[in-house]
Design a protein around this ligand. Structure first.
Ligand code: BEZ
Length: 421
């Protein structure tokens, strides 16, 4: 379902009478170029008024937020949305001097509906930029539409490796992580801790498969042994049979990926089985990020790797957590940070072009070169537009994810298959 809100009404009859957005102009330009080729370009060259930047007409820039607002990832979607809007609010409702309006769609973490949802945002809703989403499968469908329509897209969570691998594109950015990036360092952490035999457990979909595979790539290279990979369909939460299987296998430790509501249930079920006393639980940081209040004591002692920790004490994180709490009443987490940084990245792009998003190449170049003082620590981007960032080893203590060490500094995804040079 597509919804407008106070600031974000969907395009109604009144709006259709307003000046063309950048999106309209780019579509019109590319249609003209396609239909008339060089002759069309020549026409444009003698009619510069046709290319008057939208900023001069004060048309707001429309941001499409395509996120899960329901389902097991609902809280993740809400925190990304809150983080993005917080950044825009801090800038007085404008990025690069350009007023921002929103339209939002609940993608429900359903890949089967993703192409239609994305087409509606860039087609009927005429979003100039799309920010989304959480689920890797949904994001992959969005990436395909963004590539076909050349829509500027910022991924504020989904880690699908291919989005900044073989499907990388100049108009696609990510302010979160690749699935490879968050868990590769955990292979060494667990091996160095003397853990020789691991069982893995996750949901059977892109994010689960890629996070387990990156962990195993590093762990096995060092000499570790993965005794069994256990999976269940996304977003099922009937973990009992798999937990019983772990008890039979008796590994030294378990490596896992779950997030949102599923992570809450898994951590509680695992603790209720008593296995956490003899077979420690490790995972990608999503297992305990934004979930500890619901997991309670069951989360104590869980070690994870992620590009964030709750107690990072540099000024950008302290200020962010205060502002997020003031705005929402909630404690910020990695999802809120990723949404906030998506706002910062768009701001950098729009500022470079005085708010004129139709000046695409310049805007994209500025975004690619961005260096952000993120709440997570230093954030920059590789040639595929995936973050380069620290990955922290954290442990749940005192009801939060406390940093133990930097598991690996400035981790850069290999961007396998990306053809941007
Ligand atoms: C993913 O599907 O890429 C994902 C979802 C939740 C947390 C992390 C990754």
């Amino acid at each position: 379902m597509v919804r407008g809100n106070n600031e974000t009404n969907g395009r109604n009859a009144k709006e259709r009478d307003t000046p063309m957005t950048d999106h309209d102009k780019m579509l019109k330009l590319s249609r003209r170029t396609l239909l008339t080729g060089a002759a069309g370009a020549a026409t444009l060259a003698v009619a510069p008024q046709l290319r008057a930047p939208a900023i001069a007409q004060k048309a707001p820039l429309k941001v499409g937020l395509m996120l899960p607002y329901t389902g097991t990832y609902a809280k993740l979607g809400k925190y990304i949305d809150d983080g993005f809007r917080l950044y825009v609010e801090q800038k007085g409702g404008k990025l690069g001097g350009r007023e921002i309006v929103f339209v939002q769609v609940d993608d429900e973490s359903k890949p089967e509906a993703a192409t239609d949802n994305m087409n509606r945002l860039v087609g009927r809703e005429k979003a100039d930029v799309v920010v989304g989403t959480v689920h890797s499968g949904v994001a992959m469908a969005m990436v395909k539409v963004a590539r076909d329509t050349k829509t500027l897209m910022i991924i504020p969570n989904a880690g699908a490796n291919d989005a900044t691998g073989p499907l990388c594109a100049p108009n696609i950015f990510r302010t979160s992580f690749s699935n490879w990036q968050t868990t590769y360092p955990m292979g060494k952490v667990m091996f160095d801790a003397g853990i020789k035999k691991v069982a893995t457990i996750t949901w059977r979909y892109t994010a689960g498969a890629e996070m387990v595979s990156a962990f195993a790539e590093n762990y096995k290279k060092l000499g570790g042994n993965v005794v069994e990979d256990l999976t269940l369909p996304f977003p099922e939460v009937e973990f009992q049979a798999l937990i019983t299987r772990i008890a039979t296998l008796k590994p030294d430790a378990v490596f896992s990926f779950f997030a949102g509501g599923g992570a809450v249930k898994f951590v509680k079920d695992y603790a209720a089985s008593g296995l956490n006393k003899s077979i420690p639980l490790y995972g990608a940081g999503f297992l305990t990020d934004g979930t500890i209040p619901a997991q309670g004591e069951a989360a104590n002692g869980i070690k994870t790797t992620l590009h964030y920790a709750d107690n990072l004490d540099h000024p950008a994180n302290v200020a962010f957590l205060k502002a997020f709490k003031d705005k929402t009443g909630n404690v910020g987490d990695i999802y809120a940070v990723q949404g906030y940084d998506a706002g910062a990245l768009l701001d950098i792009g729009l500022s470079a072009v005085g708010g004129d998003a139709a000046a695409r190449d310049k805007m994209i170049a500025a975004m690619g070169a961005a260096k952000i003082d993120s709440p997570r620590g230093p954030l920059s981007f590789n040639k595929a537009h995936n973050p380069i960032q620290n990955i922290y080893l954290r442990e749940v203590r005192n009801g939060r994810n406390e940093m133990i060490s930097i598991a690996q500094a400035n981790v850069d995804d290999p961007a396998r298959g990306c053809k941007i040079s």
